[in-house]
Design a protein around this ligand. Structure first.
Ligand code: 3H9
Length: 714
């Protein structure tokens, strides 16, 4: 077995190097080996000080996340955490100056090991953080105790509850890092360590209390943090648990605080929230691994791009390219439409400048990368074109035929269609291997999700290039198949179908929205539609009816179409499912909707009745999981985790619930299937159980265990 930690003497300093690729995670054996190496240095007569450093691209990225799932009992967690705490205390008691040298990242347990050292030095580009809440846990190796002592309560609370990384310069200013080293890093760290043998000596974080001396201010900071979390961490438990642990250390001291941390960590690590978020961590990394497309598939470099259509989506897509430093041509048919599109882009950038997210210089730089045009001149020089014209098959086919003529043969032709069959565009282009769907979510310059839709003939190179491009555009690219609505919209059609049905059955719009917000969604289905535009869905429905299709199986509520006919498109027209005062985005419930729902109910012979919150959630989530199972079975999504990532990034599904497929797993697939049967009896045959759901429920599996078994068998 390769050595996890190396020991060498350099200039009378023991250099302890952690070597556990790829990110020096604290897998079993690593903490023990670090402790042993520090103990050896303490005994080594040749060593005057110790430097702890990481091999490869980073310091320590934290505990090995894979091992959390192996902790199955509270006792096991308590025992493990106690031994880590004891190990860190032992390391901190080293009688010689001990310096953590941080490059890359020191995250979670990595920062906790660094804080148990007497000093910390870092390269300018390093980042440190306690991201545990993003895994549904709290720092479990003293982070909630040592960090407030080094950085003060407010910053420790911020880092432990939000989980964000902070850069070297801020860590230096806040007392987490003691020196920034430019140039030869190891040599600088050794020099620093030797300096400490002359002055400074041993300094234990656990004994530093100056920053917590104003106890009432520190406790007030905890109360403020809890208050803040109400707005941003709805439904999540771990961020609050982190505050509790920090407060215990402030009130009762390091030792009692550590005991509290160990106990709280045990509760968190066994929670569904943590299981969900750990699954998502790996799902997010797995999503880029596409069966049949090896990692080393050649890709094209996208150095320049074009977007056809400067509407809301086209403009947002062009901004993505400009934000990534890629020059982009933006084409429209009329000067008026072009001017409108550019004005929207300018307004979006100006709002980022006002919010301090962009400097005026960055705005000018990015805006200058967008060149507007009414012709195809210059399209022969771009590496990729994204079509974002009106959602109409004939128009899109004509656009692809033209793009096939005006671009180079190696240029990728992507469509931002959300519903149409990209194989038809591929045929029209005369270059099907280069045609693909890149389905952005509105607002395209903000939402992180990018569905990458494989056409029948999309080449491996085209797919791999778009996956790589997604990263460059700061998006999460998820490969999906070319079925109707792809994955996100195919499932959301069922989500909306149930929302409309529940409305007709007697739940009100504000009630359904509130139930879903309490479940953890950022907005309810109706408020979401008022933002996206009721006209968008209505026009798609009109088109589908014209070709004899439906978005979802089952009854189609007339209410959204009535709203469309009334010109109630949502926020943009001042009324939709809600009313809006002029210039305001605050939804005001409108009794008219209940009247319309009542009318629709009478027409369908439904007697309206009160519906409890849990029934609303059950109906909507069951519809999502059942259709998700169909999509998996048909192969249009690669893994349940891919679907979950789509819902997290495309619709803000609460991370702590893990996505619709993981959520179904936690409900139990047998229970989900029972619900489908019950709904079928009560509501009609359109509630057809997905064959995969039936198979998994019968064999006692979950979506995720089924997927793991499939992966292992492959
Ligand atoms: C913790 O520390 C709890 C403590 O308080 C308690 C201690 C007792 N474990 O992201 P990348 C893998 S909780 C296992 O693609 P990047 C990752 O799966 C932990 N594996 O690279 C991937 O594998 P593959 C707190 C890990 O350069 C590969 O490494 N720490 C871990 O874009 C490359 O990862 C965190 O939450 C891990 N800890 O980003 C940090 N980390 O190639 C989590 C990574 O097979 N990690 N892998 O797909 C990160 O944020 C990013 O990975 C990092 C690198 C910024 C480090």
């Amino acid at each position: 077995m390769p050595e996890l930690v190396h020991y060498e003497l350099r200039d009378q300093v023991a250099v302890v190097t952690i070597d556990n690729p790829p990110v020096n995670a604290l897998s079993p054996g690593v903490p023990e080996a670090i402790e042993a190496a520090v103990a050896r240095a303490a005994q080594d007569p040749e060593a005057r000080a110790v430097v702890l450093i990481g091999a490869g691209s980073t310091f320590i990225a934290g505990a090995d996340i894979r091992f959390f799932e192996t902790i199955t009992t509270r006792e096991a967690s308590l025992e493990r955490s106690r031994s880590v705490h004891a190990r860190l205390r032992h390391i901190e008691d080293c009688p010689k100056p001990l310096v953590a040298a941080i490059h890359g990242t020191a995250l979670g347990g990595g920062l906790e090991f660094a804080m148990a050292c007497h000093y910390r030095v870092a390269v300018p580009s390093a980042r440190v953080g306690q991201p545990e809440v993003q895994l549904g846990i709290i720092p479990g190796a003293g982070g909630t105790q040592r960090l407030p002592r080094l950085a003060g309560a407010p910053l420790a609370l911020e880092m432990c509850t939000l989980g964000q990384h902070i850069p070297t310069h801020r860590a230096l200013a806040e007392g987490i890092i003691d020196r920034v080293i430019e140039g030869d890093f190891l040599a600088g760290a050794i020099t620093f360590a030797l300096e400490k043998t002359q002055s400074g000596g041993i300094r234990k974080s656990r004994e530093q209390n100056a920053k917590l001396s104003d106890r009432s201010a520190a406790i007030a900071a905890c109360a403020a943090a809890r208050h803040n979390l109400k707005k941003i961490a709805r439904g999540a438990h771990a961020p609050y648990a982190a505050v509790d642990s920090i407060q215990a250390g402030i009130e009762f001291g390091f030792d009692a605080g550590s005991e509290r941390e160990i106990a709280i960590f045990a509760d968190c690590v066994l929670s569904t929230e943590s299981r969900a978020m750990v699954k998502l961590f790996f799902a997010e990394r797995e999503v880029a691994k596409i069966p049949g497309i090896p990692k080393d598939t050649p890709t094209l470099e996208i150095r320049s791009a074009a977007v056809v259509g400067a509407g809301t989506m086209g403009g947002g897509i062009a901004m993505n390219f400009a934000n990534a430093g890629i020059p982009v041509l933006l084409k429209e048919v009329t000067q008026e439409a072009l001017d409108r599109g550019l004005a929207t882009i300018r307004r979006n950038y100006e709002s980022s400048v006002t919010k301090g997210k962009l400097t005026p210089a960055q705005f000018e730089q990015r805006f200058a990368l967008i060149t507007s045009t009414l012709t195809y001149n210059g399209f022969d020089r771009v590496d990729m074109v994204t079509e974002a014209v009106f959602e109409n098959m004939d128009l899109k086919k004509a656009t692809f035929a033209e793009l096939g003529r005006v671009t180079r043969p190696d240029c990728i032709l992507a469509s931002n269609t959300s519903t149409l069959d990209i194989d038809e565009f591929a045929r029209a282009s005369g270059r099907p291997a280069k045609v693909i769907g890149t389905h952005y979510f509105s607002p395209a310059n903000v939402m992180k999700l990018l569905e990458i839709v494989r056409g029948r003939e999309s080449s491996a190179e085209t797919i791999a290039t778009c996956m790589k491009l997604a990263k460059k555009l700061n998006k999460v690219g998820v490969p999906v198949g070319n079925c109707f609505g792809f994955v996100a919209n195919r499932m959301i059609a069922y989500y909306m179908r149930e929302a409309y049905q529940l409305l007709e059955e007697g739940a009100s719009v504000p009630h359904i929205d509130r139930a879903l917000v309490e479940f953890g969604m950022p907005v309810g289905p109706f408020a979401m539609q008022d933002i996206a535009g009721i006209d968008v869905g209505a026009r798609i429905r009109q088109y589908l009816r014209s070709i004899g299709k439906h978005r979802a199986e089952g009854p189609e509520s007339p209410v959204p179409d009535w709203l469309f006919d009334m010109g109630r498109y949502g926020q943009k027209t001042g009324a939709g499912w809600y009313r809006y005062d002029s210039g305001s985005r605050t939804p005001i419930p409108d009794p008219l909707i209940d009247d319309l729902a009542g009318k629709a109910a009478i027409a369908r012979g439904i007697e309206r009745h009160p519906i409890p919150d849990d029934e609303i959630i059950a109906r909507i989530m069951t519809a999502l999981a059942n259709e998700g199972a169909n999509i998996l079975d048909e192969g249009y999504a690669t893994r349940p985790g891919d679907i979950d990532i789509i819902y997290i990034y495309g619709f803000g599904f609460p991370r702590h619930r893990g996505g619709p497929m993981f959520y179904a797993d936690t409900v139990g697939l047998k229970a989900v299937l029972d619900r489908v049967h019950r709904y079928r009896n009560q509501l009609g045959d359109h509630w057809r159980p997905a064959p995969l759901l039936e198979r998994l429920a019968a064999s006692g599996q979950t979506f995720y265990t089924w997927n793991a078994a499939r992966r292992d068998a492959a």
